[in-house]
Design a protein around this ligand. Structure first.
Ligand code: FPP
Length: 253
């Protein structure tokens, strides 16, 4: 977080940041962290933090649409999150179902394409059904592509890809000599989505936590101390503003 944005007066400055419309990230990915701490600070149960986090999701999708960003990926549930207390896991499953039930028509009306990164077969049946319906209903839309990473892990995704590649080699569909970056990417959950230009992690943590391990090779990272439920449109603007002032060299000079 830049110091100049810390006071109220500076909040005004942040809202006035001028973004370069010609240099928008094509794909923003967000690790929605800090829900638990947000709730704890307010003496609320952790699940209330996740609930508040869904409000932020609504705002961020809308702003993504307004800014003309084509791809948005949200890390909602990792392959490691099954280790959380049972009631928190159930609450997160429920929030996914409730979110899709309440938002699907509106998202569809706005042209959003919903995709899931992760293995949905492990989700409760009602969540699987909502997810399938959302994917099916929105698959021909042309607006923002919303990737919801749910039961997602970067290592898991790579292992899955290796297995799929092996099967195709075994069955003669793929030659070993033809395996390159482009070929492998087709086996990832993100097939069809460009790599994230910008990865945002709020809440003060600065690690990747098994998120988009293959895809983040040349992503720009942006961190903020605010917890996800407090993440506002102006934080998104600030992240994009910083991104636009970075020098991306992709290993060149
Ligand atoms: C990380 O915060 C957040 C999560 C593991 C869940 C994020 C999920 C949602 C915002 C809602 C469900 C998703 C959809 C798409 C409706 P944390 O709990 O690790 O926070 P902490 O580090 O402060 O404890």
């Amino acid at each position: 977080m830049l110091d100049i944005f810390k006071t109220n007066k500076d909040k005004k400055k942040r809202e006035e940041l001028v973004l370069d419309k010609d240099n928008m990230p094509r794909h923003i990915a967000i690790i929605m962290d800090g829900n638990g701490r947000w709730a704890k600070q307010r003496k609320l149960p952790r699940t209330m933090g996740h609930k508040a986090g869904v409000e932020t999701i609504r705002r961020v999708i809308k702003e993504t649409h307004i800014l003309g960003i084509k791809y948005l990926t949200l890390y909602a549930f990792s392959t490691e999150n099954w280790k959380r207390p049972k009631d928190e896991v159930s609450a997160l499953m429920r929030l996914l179902v409730e979110y899709l039930r309440s938002e699907l028509q509106e998202l569809n009306k706005n042209g959003v394409v919903i995709k899931i990164l992760g293995d949905i077969n492990m989700l409760p049946k009602d969540a699987q059904n909502e997810v399938k319906e959302a994917i099916e209903l929105t698959k021909n839309n042309t607006g923002v592509v919303l990737n919801i990473a749910f039961n997602y892990g970067g290592r898991d995704e790579i292992i899955r890809a290796v297995k799929l590649v092996s099967n195709d080699v075994k069955s003669g569909k793929l030659n070993i000599e033809d395996i390159d970056e482009k070929a492998l990417e087709k086996y990832l959950y993100t097939n069809g989505t460009p790599d994230p230009d910008l990865i945002i992690r709020p809440s003060g943590e600065q690690r990747i936590s098994n998120f988009l391990l293959w895809q983040c090779a040349y992503s720009e990272f942006w961190y903020s101390n605010v917890c996800w439920p407090d993440f506002k449109e102006e934080h998104l603007h600030e992240a994009i503003y910083d991104y636009q002032h970075r020098d991306r060299r992709y290993g060149g000079v």
